[in-house]
Design a protein around this ligand. Sequence first.
Ligand SMILES: C[S@@+](CC[C@H](N)C(=O)[O-])C[C@H]1O[C@@H](n2cnc3c(N)ncnc32)[C@H](O)[C@@H]1O
Length: 225
Amino acid sequence: MKEIKDQVKEFWNKAYGDNTPVAIDKKYLIPSNTFDKDIEEFSKNSSHILDYGCGITFNLYIAYETNKNLVEALGIDPSTNAVAFAEGSARLSNFNTVHYLVGDIDELKKLPDNKYDFVICSNVLDCIDETSRNETVTELYRVLKKDGYFLLKVNFYLDKKTASQYKLFPLDEHNYSQDGLFRISFYKDDYWVSLFTKLGLVLYRSDSFSRREGLPADRIFIFKK
Ligand SMILES: C[S@@+](CC[C@H](N)C(=O)[O-])C[C@H]1O[C@@H](n2cnc3c(N)ncnc32)[C@H](O)[C@@H]1O
C-alpha cells in the first residue's frame, strides 16, 4: 500500500495529464476575480515570488504581467505533468523570469531563508497529509522575507453531511476520502490561521471566492511576516 503522500501526488499528476503547453493569451491574465486581484496586489511590489504546489495555475503569469520589476517567480509542484505545462507555457509566452521545478518539501528545503517577498500556497495544505502539511508550514515560513506576504488559500469547509454530497467520506473528524483514497482535510478558519500566527505571522486580511458557480467559496488568508 502506497503512503498517503504518494497517493496524493499520483492523483494530481494524473489529473494534469492532458494539458499541452500553449502561448498564453494575455486576456486570461487580466485579474477578474478576488483571488487573481490578490495575486496582482501582492505581486506588484515583490521581486521574488514563490508558488508552492502551483499545479497549472496562471498565478505567476499574472505576477509577471503585473510587475515589470519581477526578478524571479518560481513554481514548485511534484507533478511532472503540471510542471511540463506550466514551464512549457512560460517559455512559449516569453515570461522570462517565471520558472517551474518538479519537487516537493525536499526542493522547498533547498531554498534560502527569507528570500521571497510573496509566497503563494493555494489549495495544497488541505490536500496533503498532516505530517507533510506541518513540515511545509515550517518551510514556507522560513523562506518568506521579513515584511513579506504569504497568501494561503484552502478549500471551503464542509461538514460531514454536506461532504457526503460531494462523495467525500470521513476517515476521522477532519480527513476525508474519495474512491478509497485520502482526498482532503476540512478544518475551520481558526485552525488554518493559527498554523501561521503561532510561528509569528500576522493575519493581514481574509478574503473568499468561489472557483465556479454553485461551488462554496474557497478561503483566502493573507499574512504578513
Ligand atoms: C488542489 S491542487 C492545487 C493546485 C494549485 N495550487 C491550485 O490552486 O489550483 C493540489 C496541488 O498540490 C500538489 N501536491 C501534491 N502533493 C504535494 C506535496 N507533498 N507538496 C507540494 N505539493 C503537492 C499537487 O500536485 C497539486 O498541484
